[in-house]
Design a binder for this molecule. Structure first.
Ligand code: TRP
Length: 332
């Protein structure tokens, strides 16, 4: 039998999952699970590069697992686990730190951006974050890493690190490629359509969380920033707000941009925004209800993340052992 290709991806539990996380990432993950062997990780170790409140981090990590499952990720077909439960990630990150250059890390735009936003806490973990991400990916010999554009630079650095290591020690790591999904790769903020919808923008109305109540969703869409024209037309250059809403509506209803332009020809933005809001309420309703149910079943969630960690550990240990041997570490 032909070996399935391997996919690895992760989301930080640094904020609640958003409509952007669903459309841009998790929805695509669900479609990949037949064709690929998939590892989906909740990267709590990455999350602590920025200060977190312990009780909230714990709760969000668990609810992220519930939400993954509620979005349709089947734990029997995908390996769902928590990064800190597989110590090989920390061990491999240390090794890779020694094969990652100061200059490379200094050039990472996410580091520069986060360092300027958290000037009081520019810690070493924030700086070496990409080496931990490389460890995540390389431990599983992933072929493909589905990520948004903002993470492309980190995946490219992962390739460089893997190539550097391989050039010294032979073919140890698979060189991963990134995978940017075709539709809705990037859902934008509802209030600033130039910026990506971010889970850390809490309370600004810019972002829809998967667990938001219907009335909050409708309110946010009613307030969404559009433009001074009155025509529903797709043009992501000049009509960023409307185009973002059209993308969302298209994903929620399955309608094409042309269908949507026809449906709202001669109608105002108010009517369009309400329709988008209602479609999102219906899209998220079953996800929210399922996740709420799952959150009541802690034993089941525990089972899922323990099984996931056990499975992930087996694969990760194999790669780590090989790396340690190549480096000249004495076998345990
Ligand atoms: N850095 C990614 C983000 O913030 C999360 C992440 C961590 C990740 N490790 C990963 C994504 C490995 C893909 C593969 O979005």
């Amino acid at each position: 039998m032909e070996q399935k290709k391997i996919i690895f991806s992760g989301i930080q539990p640094s904020g609640e999952l958003t409509l952007g996380s669903y459309i841009g990432a998790i929805k695509n993950w669900v479609n990949l699970s037949e064709e690929y062997e998939c590892y989906y990780c909740i990267v709590d170790m990455h999350a602590i590069t920025v200060r977190q409140k312990p009780a909230e981090l714990r709760k969000r990590t668990l609810s992220q697992i519930a939400q993954y499952i509620a979005c349709g990720l089947d734990p029997d077909k995908n390996t769902i686990f928590i990064q800190s439960h597989v110590p090989a990630h920390a061990e491999m990150a240390w090794v890779l730190n020694c094969y990652t250059m100061f200059g490379e890390l200094s050039r990472m735009t996410q580091f520069k951006d986060k360092a300027s936003k958290n000037a009081e806490n520019v810690n070493a973990g924030l700086f070496t974050y990409p080496a931990l991400m490389a460890a995540d990916i390389l431990l599983y010999q992933a072929d493909l890493v589905p990520v948004g554009d903002d993470q492309k630079q980190h995946v490219e650095l992962t390739r460089d690190i893997a190539q550097r290591f391989n050039s010294v020690y032979g073919d140890v790591f698979k060189i991963p490629g990134h995978y940017i999904p075709k539709v809705g790769a990037r859902i934008m903020s509802l209030t600033e359509p130039e910026a990506k919808m971010s889970k850390s923008d809490k309370g600004s109305g810019s972002c829809i969380y998967l667990m938001d109540k219907p009335e909050d969703i409708i309110r946010a869409f009613k307030r969404a920033v559009t433009d001074s024209e009155t025509v529903v037309r797709y043009n992501p250059e000049t009509k960023k707000g409307i185009s973002n809403l059209m993308t969302i509506y298209s994903v929620a209803t399955g309608k094409s941009f042309q269908d949507i332009e026809n449906e709202f020809a001669g109608k105002g933005y108010g009517e369009f925004k309400l329709a988008v809001g209602e479609s999102v309420v219906e899209l998220l309703r079953p996800i929210r209800e399922r996740a709420e149910d799952l959150m009541k079943n802690k034993d089941y969630l525990t089972q899922v993340y323990r099984d996931g960690a056990e499975k992930a550990s087996r694969t990760a240990a194999r790669t780590l052992r090989k790396v340690h041997k190549k480096l000249g570490f004495v076998e345990r």
